[in-house]
Design a protein around this ligand. Structure first.
Ligand code: NI
Length: 199
């Protein structure tokens, strides 16, 4: 790990170490490492992908009360560790449009890779765990089968978002990894409903 990457990791740790609802430090770590892995298979810039993976949730409006200020502080931090102008622009371009809710395909290859890495972390075994952690933190039930209730559930989130992600991958590498995780989620749901109905 380069000195710059280590400094970025420590900065991210200071921001996310106390989140327990799915956007914790280890989410950033998994996304950074996955982005770097995909980058090496897609001939993209390894440093930009890893760095943008680390910082991709900084400034997210769900997590930061002042999004602009968080992004400005990040830029100052990157300058302070001697990232070049080009690197800072590359990291910004690769992290700013990653979020699912924006509904944007990032303009750079590095951005498309970080978006794939972030979406891969939302599916599969880790994705399932994060979904229930997030649901619990937001007061949601696991699932309910009474039709007169409107309340959203963690299981509903699989159908609203998670099962759609495999067809939204930007890179061939991302699509390949997503296919396996998608299958795992489908068998998980099958088993979940089997147990739910067993009484
Ligand atoms: Ni994320």
């Amino acid at each position: 790990m380069s000195d710059k990457t280590a400094a970025i990791r420590d900065y991210v740790y200071s921001l996310f170490n106390d989140d327990v609802a799915g956007h914790d430090f280890f989410h950033m770590k998994r996304v950074a490492h996955m982005a770097k892995d995909i980058a090496s298979r897609e001939q993209a810039d390894l440093f930009i992908c890893e760095a943008a993976g680390w910082v991709h949730d900084i400034g997210d409006r769900k997590l930061f009360s002042d999004s602009e200020q968080a992004l400005e502080e990040l830029e100052h931090f990157l300058q302070s560790i001697h990232c070049t102008h080009e690197e800072i622009n590359g990291i910004r371009a690769a992290s700013k449009d990653v979020s699912f809710s924006k509904g944007i395909i990032p303009a750079t290859l590095e951005g498309r890779i970080v978006q794939d890495a972030d979406r891969l972390d939302a599916i599969g075994a880790v994705g399932i765990a994060r979904t229930f952690a997030y649901g619990a933190a937001n007061g949601q039930l696991l699932w309910h089968d009474s039709w007169d209730r409107q309340q959203s559930t963690s299981i509903q989130h699989f159908y609203d978002k998670l099962l759609r992600l495999k067809d939204m991958m930007n890179t061939a590498t991302g699509a390949q990894i997503a296919a396996g995780r998608h299958q795992f989620m489908k068998s998980y749901l099958k088993q979940f409903f089997r147990e739910w109905q067993q009484h």
